[in-house]
Design a protein around this ligand. Structure first.
Ligand SMILES: *[C@@H]1O[C@H](CO)[C@@H](O)[C@H](O)[C@H]1NC(C)=O
Ligand SMILES: *[C@@H]1O[C@H](CO)[C@@H](O)[C@H](O)[C@H]1NC(C)=O
Ligand SMILES: *[C@@H]1O[C@H](CO)[C@@H](O)[C@H](O)[C@H]1NC(C)=O
Ligand SMILES: *[C@@H]1O[C@H](CO)[C@@H](O)[C@H](O)[C@H]1NC(C)=O
Length: 511
């Protein structure tokens, strides 16, 4: 209704102006006197314009005409930083949401990514002190802080846990802790994560460097679960387990309102939806960075980690919920193994490349630093870049309309069941500046195939050569290309992964 009214008014005003065309007197005027006057006026006006532009043409950028302020680079010295200093670890303060009852076990995850001896800054927030100073020496872990009492806050979500209030307040407690300290002079971002979140810090830096930390930014990712995003939470919410980053000026603005804000949302479930509710009040939207992974899924992450989006891998979460990411090992050791390639070429970790073995009619898909899949026949790239359903949805229904992205079955026929090779070792060949990673075949169900195409199980070991590419995310995203290298060694495949040539494509036929 209101919309229609508005439109009516608009057309009315157009009609009005049509009745009195502004320039009509040039043509409709019949008086020769006014015609001459207009010509004179036109000539004068043209001359005026011409001479004005002539003056500016004569002195295009003569130094005398440029004010001094234009010659000096603009220095916006915010919190004691050089304007062009890249964001580094010292500019981040982590806030890790933890609990005293689980800290002993969960600290093992933190240990896989935390850089000790003050290289990283941050705090682990517990509900009460842990009685163990030997296992958690302060140099090796984030400093332990005990959250302040939250018993005066209302919490009305029926089946939730009121620790959500304690955890959501980590942001403002961190701001208060930093207030007036030397660390505050450096801090640009507060990065929140859970005790079972694993960060890949070089990629976190790559992502944060894209944004101006002096402005208000709330950066993270929604859940993999469509139902979670749609019903209980929001596509506009950064899920806390995947981790999120708040620029320091925004964290300070949040600190000012947070305690009153969360009282208005006492019926919400978690700590992260309380952050989201307060961000909505401030008016700051979520900046989505799909490298943060909440992983609201069950089962095996193989399908998801073998086809990562073309963005840097920033975090993984829920490692206690899913199976170990490498088979035949425990959860923590599996993460430690992924950290080996992460140190060699973090920017390319889990980045996919697809190529064909034309002699054997196989398709290879590499998730660098994690897996190689070999599948019989030529599978098109558009299929290979879709994650396979090795995992279950968050409601354990095997319902893939419940995930917020495309997926495909692991296989369509027995013959096309992929053989999966998992990373076993990775090293830097310093003489050539190339990384060499080794992937070993994981034995699983191996159905018979009558297609007359060689069984990829004949391969046991794959070596992948790849030069580190730390600058890849400063360019437009593009998948890497892979090429088979000749080898005479039986049961071994050697692959070279590089940036694609401009005209290089993944096509299974020239037609
Ligand atoms: C804390 O440690 C001390 C000394 O090891 C021990 O006597 C005490 O029982 C412990 N308390 C708790 C709550 O575990
Ligand atoms: C920071 O410290 C100053 C000086 O003590 C105080 O006035 C201010 O309220 C503090 N701000 C915060 C956010 O704690
Ligand atoms: C790998 O070796 C090269 C050449 O010696 C060296 O420049 C590079 O820093 C090494 N990379 C890593 C991650 O150790
Ligand atoms: C991999 O390919 C690149 C680019 O074509 C080449 O420079 C490099 O030598 C190759 N590596 C190996 C081990 O063949």
């Amino acid at each position: 209704m209101g919309e229609n009214k508005h439109r009516d008014q608009k057309s009315l005003s157009v009609e009005k102006s049509n009745n009195k065309p502004i320039f009509s007197f040039y043509f409709s005027s019949s008086s020769p006197c006014s015609f001459t006057a207009i010509i004179i006026l036109l000539i004068f006006f043209t001359y005026f314009l011409y001479s004005f532009s002539f003056i500016t043409f004569l002195h295009p950028y003569s130094p005398s005409r440029i004010s001094n302020s234009l010659l000096v680079p603009v220095m916006r010295l915010g919190s004691g930083q050089q304007p062009d200093e890249k964001t580094e670890l010292k500019h981040i303060v982590f806030g890790i949401a933890a609990s005293s009852s689980l800290w002993k076990r969960r600290s093992q995850y933190v240990k896989t990514w935390w850089k000790p001896n003050g290289e990283m800054k941050g705090f682990v927030w517990l509900d009460k002190p842990v009685n163990d100073t030997v296992s958690f020496p302060s140099w090796a872990f984030p400093e332990i802080k005990i959250s302040s009492d939250t018993s005066s806050f209302k919490y009305r979500y029926r089946s939730g846990h009121r620790s959500a209030i304690r955890i959501t307040r980590i942001v403002s407690e961190t701001v208060r802790l930093l207030n007036g300290t030397e660390s505050e002079r450096h801090v640009r971002w507060i990065v929140m994560g859970d005790d079972d979140t694993v960060f890949f810090h070089e990629n976190l830096l790559r992502v944060l460097r894209k944004y101006d930390h002096k402005q208000f930014y709330y950066i993270g990712a929604p859940s993999e679960s469509h139902l979670q995003n749609l019903h209980q939470f929001s596509y506009g919410m950064a899920y806390g387990g995947g981790g999120f980053a708040i620029s320091y000026p925004l964290a300070k603005a949040l600190e000012k309102i947070q305690d009153r804000c969360i009282e208005r949302y006492s019926d919400l479930y978690g700590s992260d939806d309380r952050i989201h509710a307060c961000m909505a009040e401030i008016g700051v939207p979520l900046t989505r960075e799909p490298g943060f992974h909440q992983f609201d899924v069950y089962g095996n992450l193989l399908g998801l980690l073998s086809v990562h989006p073309q963005v840097p891998l920033v975090s993984v979460h829920h490692l206690d919920v899913v199976e170990p990411i490498f088979p035949r090992t425990n959860r923590v050791d599996a993460v430690k193994r992924l950290m080996i390639p992460a140190k060699l070429d973090s920017a390319s970790l889990l980045q996919q490349s697809i190529c064909y073995d034309t002699a054997r009619q196989w398709t290879m898909s590499i998730s660098w630093g994690y897996t190689v899949h070999i599948t019989r026949t030529y599978m098109p790239a558009r299929m290979m870049e879709v994650p396979t359903r090795t995992f279950n949805d968050w409601h354990k229904r095997h319902d893939f309309t419940n995930v917020a992205f495309n997926t495909r079955p692991v296989t369509y026929t027995d013959c096309q069941r992929p053989r999966v090779f998992y990373l076993s070792r990775a090293l830097n060949d310093s003489s050539s500046g190339t990384t060499i990673s080794e992937y070993l075949r994981h034995n699983e169900w191996n159905p018979k195939c009558e297609w007359g195409i060689q069984d990829p199980s004949d391969i046991n070991r794959i070596f992948v050569y790849k030069k580190p590419n730390p600058d890849r995310w400063n360019k437009a995203p593009r998948r890497d290309c892979c090429r088979l290298l000749p080898t005479t060694k039986k049961g071994t495949m050697v692959i070279n992964v590089t940036a694609c040539e401009n005209d290089e494509i993944v096509a299974y036929s020239d037609k």
